[in-house]
Write a protein that binds this ligand. Structure first.
Ligand code: HXC
Length: 251
């Protein structure tokens, strides 16, 4: 168990917590790889019937990818390429898990944080949550599926309004857009609501199994055809180059 990301098993469900308070729970390569390993544990454990993601503390869910890491002078295109590829794989794994998933969004939900939340089946938030894909403000593009999943969830117009303007929205607006399904007054209320939801989901029949895959046409078609592969390979090519120029622009 790493101190910066950990899996806790509860009664019938489990939670993965990102715990990097100094970086607002931003994700670096190591954390993304560790989430991959934790997903192995979740998939191998039949007692886990629902998985939650959250950030430690009351300020941030996940503030995106670690900007300090990506903007460092020693950060090479090959590092960016690996981070993008690894995140893409891990995020698809989350989306395709055969148990229901919940993003318990306790504050900033930015960039790669929002991209992770969008892989979950449920997104619920506290009132202090703020949502954005701010990559354009950094001179890069969303690289972990944001340009694909956000339009699916909130529609193309609103997604472009958020992505092309790096627009940050409040929890109430996210609720209105259908980006989240519940907004709680504060983080303790959110955590209680998230736990109740996890217990409820874990108690239901397992209808997301392989046998019932066709019940979910979105998951089934994406998995079978990998429809987004063309869009994805273009994103990876562009972002690998853009990330490698970050330190030049910042410096
Ligand atoms: C690393 C981060 C960080 C991040 C915040 N911090 N976000 N460190 N990566 N993404 C660090 C700050 O450097 C600072 O460290 C500390 O957290 C507190 O941040 P403040 O800015 O002082 O706090 P506040 O004013 O409350 O603002 C919080 C914030 C802001 C709104 C989250 O920090 C912010 O806008 N961060 C950048 C978010 C972002 O652009 N995310 C998208 C990343 S790109 P110190 O040491 O100074 O106290 C991305 C692409 C994904 O996600 C795909 C990649 C392949």
């Amino acid at each position: 168990m790493s101190a910066e990301v950990y899996l806790e098993k509860k009664n019938g469900w489990a939670v993965i917590t990102i715990d990097r308070p100094k970086q607002m729970n931003a994700l670096n390569t190591d954390i993304v790889e560790k989430i991959d390993g934790l997903l192995d544990q979740v998939e191998d454990d039949p007692e886990i019937r629902c998985l939650m993601f959250t950030g430690a503390g009351e300020k941030s869910f996940i503030a995106g990818a670690d900007i300090g890491m990506m903007g460092a002078p020693c950060y090479q295109p090959k590092d960016a390429h690996y981070l993008i590829t690894c995140g893409y794989k891990v995020y698809n794994r989350i989306e395709w898990l055969k148990i229901p998933t919940i993003a318990c969004i306790n504050g900033y939900c930015l960039g790669g944080g929002l991209e992770l939340a969008m892989c979950c089946d449920f997104r619920i938030a506290s009132k202090n949550a703020r949502f954005a894909l701010p990559e354009i403000a950094l001179g890069i593009i969303p690289g972990w599926g944001g340009t694909i999943r956000l339009p699916r969830i909130i529609g193309e117009g609103r997604a472009k309004d958020m992505i092309l303007r790096a627009k940050r929205i409040h929890a109430e607006t996210a609720l209105q857009y259908g980006l989240v399904t519940e907004v709680y007054e504060d983080v303790p209320a959110l955590r209680a609501g998230a736990e109740a939801l996890a217990v409820e989901l874990a108690s239901k029949a397992p209808i997301m199994t392989e046998k019932h895959w066709s019940v979910w046409p979105d998951k089934a078609s994406r998995r079978r055809w990998n429809l987004d592969i063309w869009c994805w390979s273009g994103t990876r090519r562009a972002l690998t180059w853009l990330v490698s120029t970050m330190h030049c622009r910042n410096g």
